[in-house]
Design a protein around this ligand. Sequence first.
Ligand code: ADP
Ligand code: MG
Length: 360
Amino acid sequence: MAQLTFDDVRKTFQEGNNEIVAVDDLNMEVRDGEFLVVVGPSGCGKTTTLRMVAGLETITEGQIELDGRSIRGMSPQDRNIAMVFQSYALYPHMTVFDNMAFGLRESTDLSEDEIDDLVTETSEMLDIKELLNRKPSELSGGQQQRVALGRAIVRDPDAFLMDEPLSNLDAKLRAEMRTELQRLQEEFETTTIYVTHDQTEAMTMGDRIAILDHGELQQIGTPMECYYEPANEFVAGFIGEPSMNFLRGTSDGGVLRMEDFSYELSQSTVESIGSTTEITLGVRPEDVEVVPEATQTNDVAVEVDVVEPFGKENNLYLKPEGSDTDDTIIATVGGRKSVNEGERVGMRLPEEHLYLFDRS
Ligand code: ADP
Ligand code: MG
């Protein structure tokens, strides 16, 4: 059981005369037993964050606390924190059994019998008992992944750190392991920080998501909070597939003027944006309605530029009529709704589903 607190944590690397800020004043708390997913684009500081918790990287400024005690300066062995890497980092010359037993032999006083029991029990849980005598080279990627997990679990750590552990698996196996990891975490209730750049993993696996960009925490919250109440334009665009549509506009009295069309805002929305004039309008593809033709205020006459069929749904790329740009707005509609490329239809953006971001 463990709670991890990040207190103004900063990490910089010196490269020649350049200072690279990998993690910038990070403040967050990982609750006892929580599954926290840290997500963000490549280079945003995810791995560095984990490595500081594991003790593989020094902390430049600030504190990381495990149950209220600073772990700064504590050696990795003394932290009782297990890290699972993307490259499974198994010892190639050792059997699965010895790979799993290695940490126990190195850092505990357990007898070989006790170690045998623990490894066997853990291997049963992960369905790899039959593989205990094999070498890593005799295993599939999915099996290697389980062994890497087993090696972490068998030590009964205070916290798990996982760095993109599923990214080398094919899509089907990844989906399977996603559910399995969640099941294991629920069973053990071990505090876990799970790093990924994959927003599907972020949305489906975590109790909460922490979204990083350029070393800075953008938002921390439940998947639903981050999806429906994004703290800023970055979060709004990062979470959701296809991504939220963004249109640059200028508010002029009660009207939002975009490049290709205008939108009359209600009085309450006008009041909520106050004196802000430079606004980016955001709308999720599933909230864009496609109607036979533009008939109401704020409906926009559009042409269906491209139809991307996915079976259960279609993504329609809509181009406002008379537009001089190649910009399109994506609408996700049900798969049975038949719409053809080149067709002229109406686009309706319900005001209650609009996000307005201050661009000034
Ligand atoms: P992520 O895991 O999110 O892709 P990283 O934590 O690996 O990001 O990297 C964050 C930033 O820190 C990047 O700009 C990366 O180039 C830089 N960085 C990471 N490790 C080092 C290092 N050992 N030396 C110099 N720069 C590094
Ligand atoms: Mg990384």
